[in-house]
Ligand binder design. Structure first.
Ligand code: HEC
Length: 232
């Protein structure tokens, strides 16, 4: 019997082997990507801040620090900064900011506060109306960077309107009585948030503003100048 020359493209074994290889390589790649993503989104702790390590999701103890949002020269994106920043938009991890009168929350205290805020956010269903990190309703403003909204800062109106002297207290007062301090035509209903819950929610919002979201929401409209982004 003469051996017939068969084109490789019509050879079943070629396609079987290719399928096995592609499946194998894709599986390895997906497993590697899964672990890489899990590493990237794992929440940091105070040790990272002490070691000046930028985590995508920083430690809840960021509530002890001044938070900013600056154009990062290397990445070409606006990136959250923790504890002040250098000319290139890199975090310095040094400048503190009092959160309800204190800037020495321990890891345990800060974890508990942010967790309280997270539970509050879930039980009061803020995402019914707001988006957080892009998820939720489109009725009310996105809350990803709400902490950085200049309206709550020294140069914004909300501290005077709420009779408070810090960004954190102004937000907490608003959250407890949103109807009293309308900022937009649409009103936020009174969700019967207690002072303790409000403190937790503000800690949660402050930490969320430090999450590196690759520049999302893009061109965060309310931050006009780089200097203004260093929250006061
Ligand atoms: C029923 C809809 C609704 C729900 C639920 C809701 N909000 Fe609001 N929220 C609004 C509206 C509307 C505004 C804008 C009106 C205003 O500022 O007076 C607003 C404004 C805000 C602001 C100010 C935004 C800014 O630009 O700085 C914050 C912060 C906020 N909400 C937090 C929360 C949190 C935290 C929760 C959950 C505990 C929540 N909201 C639940 C409707 C809602």
């Amino acid at each position: 019997m003469s051996k017939r020359k068969v084109s490789v493209w019509t050879d079943n074994r070629f396609w079987q082997r290719s399928a096995a290889w592609v499946t194998g390589v894709a599986a390895v790649l997906l497993i590697w990507l899964t672990f890489d993503t899990m590493g990237q989104i794992r929440m940091g702790n105070q040790k990272d801040i002490d070691a000046h390590i930028d985590k995508r999701v920083p430690s809840p103890t960021v509530i002890n620090y001044k938070i900013g949002y600056k154009m990062n020269a290397k990445r070409g994106l606006e990136v959250p900064t923790i504890g002040g920043s250098d000319a290139n938009g890199n975090s310095l991890f040094t400048v503190k900011q009092k959160f309800f009168g204190r800037d020495n929350y321990t890891q345990k205290e800060a974890d508990a506060l942010v967790n309280l805020g997270k539970l509050g956010e879930q039980s009061k269903n803020c995402m019914d109306c707001h988006t957080l990190l892009g998820n939720g309703g489109y009725y009310a403003p996105d809350l990803t960077k709400a902490w950085l909204d200049p309206a709550w800062g020294k140069n914004g109106p909300m501290q005077a309107i709420t009779g408070t002297h810090s960004r954190a207290e102004a937000m907490a007062t608003f959250l407890q009585h949103p109807g009293r301090y309308p900022m937009h035509a649409r009103r936020m209903p009174n969700l019967h948030i207690t002072a303790r819950e409000a403190k937790g929610l503000v800690a949660f919002l402050k930490q969320m503003a430090t999450i590196d979201t690759n520049g999302f929401p893009r061109g965060f409209g309310k931050i006009k100048e780089a200097n203004y982004a260093e929250t006061k």
